[in-house]
Ligand binder design. Structure first.
Ligand code: A2H
Length: 258
């Protein structure tokens, strides 16, 4: 990090109507929460989308290509500004802000996420989302991301935590992690395995989670094998660029640099 630009795949998670009160003025228009990921090959395993309750987001108009013209994206203002310098908006560097909102105002919102085994997933609270990275929207793959696994387990186990953010049981409890990648020694739910090995208690165990991420990622990249989808049997390293292209070509994702 810090050396040159990082490319992310922005996964377009489509709002399912009826929209939450705050977004109701956009009814009839395609609205997307855009999540920055480094792991496009894991999108089969999405179980939810993370937003940070007190963080500020904006909704803005996108005109990048004819296909995307008229779409509305939700992200942090910072990310929107970067996108405006990458040709996402009508005028270079100018963001057409339609609305300002907080994470809490779009909490518990239903979404259609590309490739996910689940038809409909929900926005849920993650308290460790950083303001200065990506879009402030994070897609959740608890099978392969220790951060996502720990945060989802916090919500699954703690009813008061769900209640605090207005999350209903049926937005969380049916969404078990989906096995999508097999890693030797870590099995097919590697995030859970490594969180258990390191005795990670919650999403706030930052140091241990950093260690867990490194363990899973290094081994997974070279030795992980896809268990599902059109590139089943390929390694993570092989499947990653292919699945990125599949989503880009289907207008389900878009490249973003920062
Ligand atoms: B990754 P890097 Cl399966 N705050 O996507 C905190 N985390 C954020 C974020 C933010 N503002 N924006 C993006 N991220 C997450 C998938 C995934 C990711 C898997 C495994 C590991 C993993 C599903 N979540 O990341 O600092 C996003 O989660 C491990 C680091 O730029 C994104 O990729 O390296 C990754 O962190 C980008 O973090």
């Amino acid at each position: 990090e810090g050396v040159g630009p990082q490319e992310y795949t922005l996964v377009k998670m489509k709002a399912i109507e009826p929209l939450p009160e705050k977004l109701q003025c956009f009814t009839g228009t395609p609205v997307f929460l855009v999540a920055a990921t480094l792991r496009p090959e894991t999108m089969y395993g999405q179980t939810n989308c993370w937003v940070r309750p007190e963080m500020k987001y904006i909704a803005f108009r996108v005109t990048k290509t004819q296909q995307q013209c008229g779409e509305i994206y939700v992200s942090t203002a910072r990310a929107a500004r970067n996108m405006a310098y990458q040709g996402f908006t009508e005028k270079d560097g100018v963001v057409d802000v339609l609305l300002e909102l907080t994470g809490q105002e779009i909490m518990g919102m239903p979404l259609k996420a590309p490739m996910s085994e689940y038809e409909k997933i929900y926005t849920l609270p993650m308290l460790t989302i950083k303001e200065d990275k990506g879009t402030g929207i994070v897609t959740s793959v608890p099978s392969d991301s220790p951060d996502d696994f720990a945060a989802l387990r916090d919500l699954r186990n703690k009813q008061p935590f769900r209640e605090k953010y207005g999350i209903q049981d049926d937005m969380v409890l049916p969404f078990a992690p989906v096995p999508i990648i097999e890693i030797p020694e870590f099995g097919n739910l590697s995030a859970e395995k490594v969180c258990d090995m390191l005795k990670i208690q919650s999403q706030n165990d930052r140091d241990k989670l950093t260690e867990a991420k490194e363990l899973v990622y290094l081994k997974g990249f070279y030795e992980g094998k896809m268990l599902v989808g059109e590139f089943k049997g390929l390694t993570v390293q092989e499947a990653k660029p292919l699945l990125k292209d599949v989503m880009l070509n289907a207008n389900e994702a878009i490249l973003y640099m920062e």
